[in-house]
Design a protein around this ligand. Structure first.
Ligand SMILES: NC(=O)c1ccc[n+]([C@@H]2O[C@H](COP(=O)([O-])OP(=O)(O)OC[C@H]3O[C@@H](n4cnc5c(N)ncnc54)[C@H](OP(=O)(O)O)[C@@H]3O)[C@@H](O)[C@H]2O)c1
Length: 279
């Protein structure tokens, strides 16, 4: 299938030496975001730890859409590995003009029973990598006065989340950081969008240590949105220069309720019903 290039409103036009760097592209939402970008004729560079999955997706996207599809294997908890992504792309003659910070995971359970190493790995992946990659790649975008950043937060960004305390705080950071970065870049030709999905059936729940029953039991089915639809909403939102994208009506309502509810009422209620606190 040939790539169809939609007349972009803010997404940069396809160019042989420019690439969309997508982290967490080996699975779930990131894989679908890469697919969406490739289907618009944009070159992609896929980043994650799972080399086989990245290679097979890069092969698929390259042959389906006739675009330049590459991958870089990196553990985003590692500062040196993150810096090496920039060096590697330089050596391949590639310039990042779309940055998608999507890689992330959640721990679950109460902080007093947490594994300190795992908590820190989450902060490094969900927060530190977002900050580091923005600092590495946004300067080139501002110099060229062209670029787009999509940071994947969550509806968990809109309220404290007992049972996933660190994760909710990480995503609140990503949302706040994205708003501020957008403000800084508003007249520099670079857009910033925060994508805030509600529950999506991906590898996420398993990585968070939730069983299928716990995940299904904690999520009303009307709130579930597929990874493909979340990615489509995110890329369309980035193209339309939206500040925040929340896919699904149910998730828009719960995000607004979470944002506006008094903490004294909301927090005890979430603590009472979170599946990882009732074990
Ligand atoms: N699913 C949901 O319900 C949901 C809801 C709201 C927000 N989100 C957010 O959406 C984003 C994508 O999650 P998903 O649902 O698509 O989950 P997923 O299927 O588990 O995908 C997570 C991706 O992140 C990558 N990743 C994790 N740790 C990494 C590390 N240390 N270094 C490099 N890559 C790493 C994984 O690749 P490797 O394992 O190959 O490294 C994988 O590609 C995350 O930021 C998540 O917080 C998810």
């Amino acid at each position: 299938m040939a790539a169809t290039y939609h007349a972009a409103m803010t997404l940069p036009a396809p160019h042989p030496d420019r690439t969309c760097l997508v982290t967490g592209a080996s699975s779930g939402i990131g894989k679908e975001i890469a697919r969406q970008l490739a289907s618009r004729g944009l070159g992609v560079t896929l980043v994650a730890r799972s080399e086989d999955k990245l290679r097979s997706l890069a092969d698929e996207l390259g042959s389906t859409y006739g675009i330049r599809a590459e991958f870089v294997v990196a553990d985003l908890t590692d500062e040196a590995a993150r810096a090496a992504i920039a060096t590697e792309l330089d050596s391949r003659g590639l310039v990042v003009n779309v940055l998608v910070n999507n890689a992330g995971f959640s721990t679950t359970g109460p902080v007093h029973r947490s594994d300190p190493e795992r908590e820190l790995a989450m902060v490094r992946t969900d927060v530190e990598a977002v900050v580091h990659l923005c600092s590495l790649f946004v300067p080139g975008m501002t110099e060229r006065r062209s670029g787009a950043v999509l940071n994947v937060a969550s509806t968990a960004a809109f309220q404290p989340l007992p049972g996933q305390a660190g994760y909710g705080a990480c995503k609140a950071f990503v949302l706040s950081y994205s708003h501020a970065l957008r403000g800084e870049l508003r007249s520099q030709g670079v857009t910033v969008t925060a994508l805030c999905p509600g529950p999506v059936d991906t590898g996420f729940a398993a990585a968070a240590g939730l069983s299928e029953e716990e995940f299904a039991g904690s999520v009303p089915s009307f709130m579930l949105v597929s990874a493909k639809d979340v990615a489509a909403a995110g890329v369309a939102g980035m193209d339309a220069n939206k500040a925040v994208v929340i896919p699904g009506v149910g998730n828009k309502v719960t995000a607004a309720a979470g944002w506006l509810s008094p903490r004294s009422l909301l927090v005890p209620m979430v603590a009472k019903y979170h599946p990882a606190l009732g074990r």
